[in-house]
Design a protein around this ligand. Structure first.
Ligand SMILES: Nc1ncnc2c1ncn2[C@@H]1O[C@H](COP(=O)(O)OP(=O)(O)OP(=O)(O)O)[C@@H](O)[C@H]1O
Ligand SMILES: [Mg+2]
Length: 305
C-alpha cells in the first residue's frame, strides 16, 4: 500500500483488528481494479453482487432471501484477490455517488494472535463494536483478507494443536456475521483466501457469492507482461518498446501457469540477471525475460513436487 493511501486513512486511533479506514471512492483503488487483468465477466459478476448488496439487501426480508453481505474470493496466491477486493470497494462506491462509502481493512493476524483466551473476545469486539459502529454511519465495505485465519475450519482443527480459543473465534465470527447481517444492510464483507478448504463450511455457506479467481489465461499473461513492460517504459523507454518486438509472444507463452504477481516479478528478476543490467535496466532483453520466465516456472514445478 502506498504512503499516500496510508495518509488517506483516518488519522484516529483505530480499534484493535482494524488496520486502516479509507474514504471512498478512491482513485488509487480504482487503478488497482483496472490493473488486474481478468475475464470481464468475472469482474462484472463481482461488481454486480456488491451493487445488489447495497441496492436490495435492505429492502427484502431475510426470510425471503437470507443474504449475509459476504463475498468470498478464492484462488491461488498472487492472482489479484486482495487487489480486486480493494478495487471493488471503490467501484461499488462509484455506483452510489450520493452515498459516503468507506473501506475498513481488518488485520486478522492481530486478532488471531491475541494471547490465549483472548481471540474470541477480540473478534466479538471487532465485529459487534468497531464494525457495527462504522456501519451505523454509512455504507461500509470490510476487507477480511486471509479469512482462514479468522474463520478456520473447526472440523480440521485438532484440539491438541489448536487451543479451544481458535474454535471459539470461528464460532464468534459466525455469530457476529448473523447479527450484523440482520442489523446492517449497508455492510459488505469481502473476504479472500488461498486455502478455501481451511475456511469453515459454515462461513462459506453464509457467503452470498464465492468466486474463484483463476490463474491468468494465455491472453491475460500477455497482457500482464505487456502492462508491466509498458509501466517500466515510463522510466526506461527502451523497456516499453520490448512489448512490440518479435520474441514477446514467446515470453508471454512461457508465462502461462504463473500467477500475475510472479509474471510481474520475473521482469525484475530478468533485470537482475547481472550487475550491468541491474545498474542499467534499459538494457534488459527479451531473451533475459524468457529465461526468467522459464526459471520461475521451473522453480514452481520443483516446489509442487
Ligand atoms: N490477473 C492479474 N493481472 C494483473 N496483475 C496481477 C494479476 N494478479 C496479480 N497481479 C499482480 O500481483 C500482485 C499481487 O496481487 P494481490 O496481492 O492482489 O494477489 P492475491 O491474490 O491477494 O495474493 P495472495 O493470495 O498471496 O494474498 C499485484 O500487485 C498485482 O499487480
Ligand atoms: Mg491477498
Amino acid at each position: 500500500m502506498t504512503a499516500q493511501l496510508k495518509a488517506l486513512s483516518a488519522e484516529i486511533e483505530l480499534p484493535k483488528g482494524i488496520q486502516r479506514v479509507i474514504p471512498l471512492p478512491n482513485d488509487q483503488l480504482g487503478v488497482l481494479w483496472s490493473s488486474i487483468v481478468l475475464d470481464a465477466a468475472i469482474k462484472e459478476k463481482l461488481l454486480a453482487q456488491a451493487a445488489l448488496n447495497f441496492a436490495m439487501r435492505g429492502k427484502v426480508s431475510r426470510t425471503v432471501i437470507p443474504l449475509h453481505g459476504v463475498i468470498l474470493l478464492v484462488g491461488p496466491p498472487g492472482t489479484g484477490k486482495t487487489s480486486l477486493a480493494r478495487g471493488l470497494a471503490h467501484r461499488v462506491a462509484k455506483a452510489f455517488p450520493q452515498e459516503k462509502f468507506r473501506l475498513l481493512e481488518v488485520e486478522p493476524h492481530q486478532l488471531a494472535s491475541s494471547s490465549l483466551g483472548k481471540s474470541q473476545r477480540a473478534v466479538t469486539e471487532l465485529f459487534s463494536q468497531a464494525i457495527a459502529e462504522a456501519a451505523t454511519s454509512g455504507p461500509v465495505v470490510v476487507l477480511l483478507d486471509e479469512v482462514e485465519t479468522l474463520a478456520a475450519d473447526r472440523t480440521k482443527l485438532s484440539m491438541d494443536a489448536n487451543p479451544v480459543d481458535v474454535h471459539r473465534a470461528t464460532d464468534a465470527v459466525l455469530v457476529q456475521l448473523d447479527q450484523l447481517a440482520e442489523k446492517y444492510p449497508q455492510l459488505l464483507f469481502v473476504a479472500t483466501s488461498n486455502f478455501p478448504r481451511a475456511v469453515d463450511d459454515a462461513f462459506t455457506s453464509r457467503c452470498d457469492l464465492v468466486l474463484e479467481i483463476p490463474l491468468p489465461s494465455k491472453e491475460a499473461c500477455a497482457e500482464i507482461l505487456k502492462d508491466c513492460l509498458t509501466g517500466l517504459g515510463v522510466t526506461y523507454a527502451a523497456i516499453g518498446k520490448l512489448a512490440d518486438k518479435a520474441g514477446f509472444a514467446e515470453c508471454a507463452a512461457a508465462c502461462v501457469g504463473l500467477d500475475g504477481r510472479a509474471i510481474r516479478k520475473l521482469v525484475a528478476s530478468a533485470i537482475a540477471t547481472d550487475i550491468d543490467t541491474a545498474l542499467h535496466p534499459e538494457k534488459v532483453t527479451l531473451a533475459q525475460i524468457l529465461a526468467a520466465a522459464k526459471a520461475a516456472k521451473a522453480a514452481r514445478a520443483a516446489a509442487e513436487r
